[in-house]
Design a protein around this ligand. Structure first.
Ligand code: G1P
Length: 294
């Protein structure tokens, strides 16, 4: 049976990854702090969660990630200097982004055992309530935040939700893939899930884009989850167990905006261009410069 509906207040952000694909940029700086236009990648994802009404932000960090905690704290010396110099706009910008005291939590994953293990590390901070999970590499760019759409779907249906969008069939082995009852519907019940299916075996071309609403019963399953694809503890495998053994419902919520995978260089560069082109203060100048370059 699906648990009764409770409000989604907390969001988990797994930010422990090493970012080896961006070396040397990520040697001393977490990949989540690379900037898309003038905001770190992780700030964009926290913005999405905030806009969807999330009140508590839980970061699963690791060694070398301390600067993420600093980023979401106030910085007295900087604020004082800005105040002395009369930089009102900059002060307002910092104040707007600053979480309230007690709205953030940080815990370390300690060992890179996979996404499922990272999420399990949040179990005590999340407690016994449904929660959102946002994978920070994946920027979901749309007028309405992806997580807001998902919370609406959750309020209508309860249970568990994952955001999905189509990928070319020859890329399905790179993602978690779901089979749904109605692949044209905005929200559809999930019939099957598989993490990184071998080529030619995917149940559809709908991939899990990195946004989830999960019931807290997932934690007990993650705690005993064997390793799966890539020798890692996979979240998708525990989601399958939650559906099959606990009988919980999973829904796919189609995301129709743009997804930028900031874990890849092209995706990261495209995110910078797309986010800049969406800004009135930057679009005209950027377009003119891009035309000259190409
Ligand atoms: C993870 C999930 C996968 C999902 C993907 C989205 O995989 O396990 O189901 O499709 O994120 O980016 P990873 O990219 O960590 O290998």
């Amino acid at each position: 049976m699906t648990s009764p509906k409770r409000r989604i207040r907390k969001a988990v952000f797994p930010v422990a990854g090493l970012g080896t694909r961006f070396l040397p940029a990520t040697k001393a700086m977490p990949k989540e702090m690379l900037t898309v236009v003038d905001r770190p990648v992780i700030q964009h994802v926290v913005d999405e969660a905030r806009a969807a009404g999330i009140e508590h932000f839980i970061f699963i960090t690791g060694r070398n990630k301390g600067v993420i905690e600093d980023h979401f704290d106030s910085m007295f010396e900087l604020e004082q200097t800005l105040a002395q110099r009369g930089k009102k706009n900059e002060l307002e910008l910092l104040a707007r982004d600053l979480p309230a005291p007690g709205q953030t939590s940080f815990t370390r994953q300690q060992a890179p055992l996979g996404l499922g293990h990272a999420v399990w590390c949040a179990r005590d901070i999340v407690g016994d309530e449904p929660f959102a999970l946002l994978l920070p590499d994946m920027l979901h760019h749309a007028a309405k935040p992806c997580l807001a759409d998902m919370i609406e779907a959750y309020e209508a249906h309860g249970g568990n939700h994952v955001a999905v969008s189509p990928v070319p069939m020859d890329q399905t082995h790179l993602y978690g893939i779901v089979g749904v009852e109605d692949d044209k519907a905005k929200v559809s019940r999930i019939k099957s899930m598989v993490e990184k299916p071998p080529r030619g075996t995917a149940p559809s071309n709908l991939h899990i884009t990195g946004r989830y609403i999960l019931q807290p019963e997932i934690f007990a399953l993650l705690g005993k989850q064997a390793t799966g694809a890539g020798g890692e503890i996979q979240l998708t495998d525990s989601m399958i167990a939650l559906a099959e053994c606990d009988g919980q419902e999973f829904h796919a919520v189609r995301f129709d905006g743009q997804i930028h995978d900031c874990g890849s260089k092209i995706g990261f560069l495209m995110a910078n261009i797309a986010y800049a082109l969406a800004r009135d203060d930057l679009a005209p100048g950027l377009k003119a410069e891009l035309k000259k370059l190409i």
